[in-house]
Unconditional design. Structure first.
Length: 322
């Protein structure tokens, strides 16, 4: 089952949430205002940042998403503007996400004081981090970022570079001192042990990691390991790969985005998530799902994990990315 097919049929069918059936009529009634009304979302404090953010933010990097594609300004701007109307205040982009930062810079400046703006850099040394930050600030048309993240921490060798005298940590400290960035974080979707070591070696404010029911079956799962360390240090945890680019919805897997969302946001220590949107309607559906989030119990979480037990190899493809 493809992500597109799942989303099209999602409001027309019953949604099984770990054995609890929500009728299609109820879903259609509850979602009827999704296209016209701002979603009321639960907010959580993002770890030791002390900042309260909605549990759902807009991820701005995806091969199908207009924000990551050249020549898609009209579609990209429509998604950003609709996100603001829906009450979405967390926007996550990166220097490497095509024209994403440029598109955000065309819409967000008048709303800057009301949004939490996060970007990332693949650079691992001091000078590279500085160059990309300056570029990102210019493209986003802002004089500061709420969150600047070292992107895709995957190998021990990268840690050696990051923590060297001329490494990225040096730049992060300088950037914070100059108040160009409020908080700093790390992201990763390959080796959780590397992420754990980074969190132990430096007081990052946040970490962005995969949190979904398929990753739980991986021989080197990201949680509970990374989540436990993050909780002890009060690190803000942002979940990514929540639907695994729709792979979770294949035959024999999950049946709805509601299951995927509730699973990820019910994990202890997870504060919020970022999910991309290929078009406005998809964004509206995701915002509506976030507005009806329900904390799942252990039995319900286990039932969802069971649905991914036979498809985890295919749905954790991102674990090979470096």
């Amino acid at each position: 089952m493809t992500e597109k097919t799942t989303r099209r049929n999602f409001l027309l069918t019953s949604v099984a949430v770990a054995g609890s059936i929500v009728g299609a009529n109820a879903l259609q009634t509850d979602s009827s205002n999704a296209a016209t009304s701002p979603a009321t979302m639960l907010e959580r404090v993002l770890g030791r940042t002390g900042v309260k953010v909605p549990i759902f933010g807009l991820g701005c990097g995806s091969t199908k998403m207009p924000l990551s594609q050249k020549g898609k300004e009209r579609e990209a701007v429509a998604i950003i503007e609709r996100a603001l109307e829906l009450g979405i205040r967390y926007f996550d982009t990166a220097a490497s996400y095509g024209p994403s930062e440029d598109y955000l810079g065309k819409v967000l400046p008048p709303h800057r004081s009301n949004v939490f703006l996060a970007s990332k850099t693949y650079e691992k040394n001091r000078d590279g981090v500085w160059r990309e930050l300056e570029r990102s600030l210019k493209r986003l048309k802002t004089d500061y970022l709420d969150l600047w993240q070292l992107h895709s921490i995957a190998f021990p060798e990268q840690l050696k570079t990051i923590f060297s005298p001329s490494g990225a940590i040096k730049a992060l400290e300088e950037i914070q001192q100059q108040k160009l960035v409020r908080f700093v974080g790390i992201t990763g979707h390959r080796e959780p042990d590397v992420m754990i070591e980074a969190l132990r070696r430096y007081s990052f404010h946040t970490t962005l990691i995969p949190v979904n029911a398929a990753d739980k079956h991986h021989p080197r799962p990201y949680f509970p390991g990374v989540l436990e360390v993050a909780q002890k240090q009060n690190v803000g945890v942002i979940a990514m790969k929540v639907p695994a680019y729709g792979k979770l919805f294949q035959a024999g897997g999950l049946t709805s985005m509601l299951q995927a969302f509730n699973y990820s946001l019910s994990q202890p220590g997870v504060h919020c998530c970022i999910i991309s949107a290929d078009h406005v309607k998809q964004l509206e559906e995701n915002a509506w799902i976030a507005s009806i989030f329900r904390q799942l119990n252990d039995t319900e979480l286990a039932a969802i994990e069971e649905r991914t037990a036979k498809i985890w190899q295919d749905t954790t493809f991102y674990r090979s990315w470096g």
